[in-house]
Design a protein around this ligand. Sequence first.
Ligand code: FNR
Length: 366
Amino acid sequence: DYSYQDVLFTDLEEAASSSLSVSVRDFFNSGATNQVTLHDNYAAYRKYRLLPRVLRDVSRVDTGFSLFDRDITFPLCVSPTGLQAMAHPEGELATSRACAKMGVNMGVSSYANHSVEEITIAGKEVGPIHHVMQLYVMNDKAKQERIIRRAEAAGCKAIFLTADSPVLGVRWNEWRNGFKPPAGLGYPMYERTSAEIQQQSHDDGFSSTNSDSHSWATEIPWLRSITKMEIWIKGVLTPEDVETAIEYGCDGIIISNHGGRQLDETPATIDALPACAKAARGRIKIHIDGGIRSGVDIFKALALGAECCWVGRPALWGLAHDGQQGVELMLKILFDDFKRFPFTRSNRGKREAKYSVHSMESEKGP
Ligand code: FNR
């Protein structure tokens, strides 16, 4: 009943969560083990304060950002999250349309309920959009290669290799609720039908499909040999791994702890970011996700060294609330909020921020 200016992110989360079954709501909203990292991802943003510089001309604001050679509306995209049809029957198709409408890019999960071909077409029918394909290291290399080739043929610009998930995180909620995707939903990228999925727990399905024997040396040169798409590593939290990604010639990094769903008690991503950005020294692209819920969060991430932010759960809440329109609403809220932090030019020129960010912990703002 509200115009979108009246809707807070917490309203969206609440409305969406109350519309879902307990099992689906917990699957979407929870983290791993003791929920420490899930909580820290949000809380850590509150430790940083803005240092305004006054009497600067902010009459001409440009929030645009160039990613994969195309301008997007603002430096925010939608992270790959699986099982979006649990939130809304149109699932990833609706997310893709909403991203295209709002002029941002989208990550496609290997656990998508729609195929990468359908998802990319759905978006492109609405407007210009780029997709990236999220990938796990799999036991069946031939199947993994088929996913990569399908993604490339569908026009995806990059592989996001999720590196933080050799095994599935400890998800008490899934065990307690006996979580299973609702019947009727398949994983077309994994070539798995609903009937096959119903025979296993989510945990067993994950470990039988994905490999825990991965390494930089086995994965990155192999990926390079079979695709021209960019190769990004999703799930990096240390400067050492930033350095290794550069050594292996990767194109980008997502500073991510999988939204607190994998290894618990890893640092909040915003806390891990400054050291990673410093190590990168502009040699590799650094993006971030985890706990970003407002324009000021986006601003802080950029000020602390990220080029672009991604959000996971907010798109699921948007979908559960109102399908494509709900995801558009979510993106509108973030965009309007972010516009309050004026930039003169983005990475298409030099990005000149009107504020800097000060860490309350270190007393040394970067
Ligand atoms: C995820 N995420 C995820 N990541 C990935 O690489 N492959 C995947 O299939 C999934 N699936 C998935 C499902 C659900 C329900 C959630 C909530 C998350 C992680 C996702 O890409 C992203 O890293 C986090 O969601 C970012 O944190 P926020 O924005 O949700 O706090």
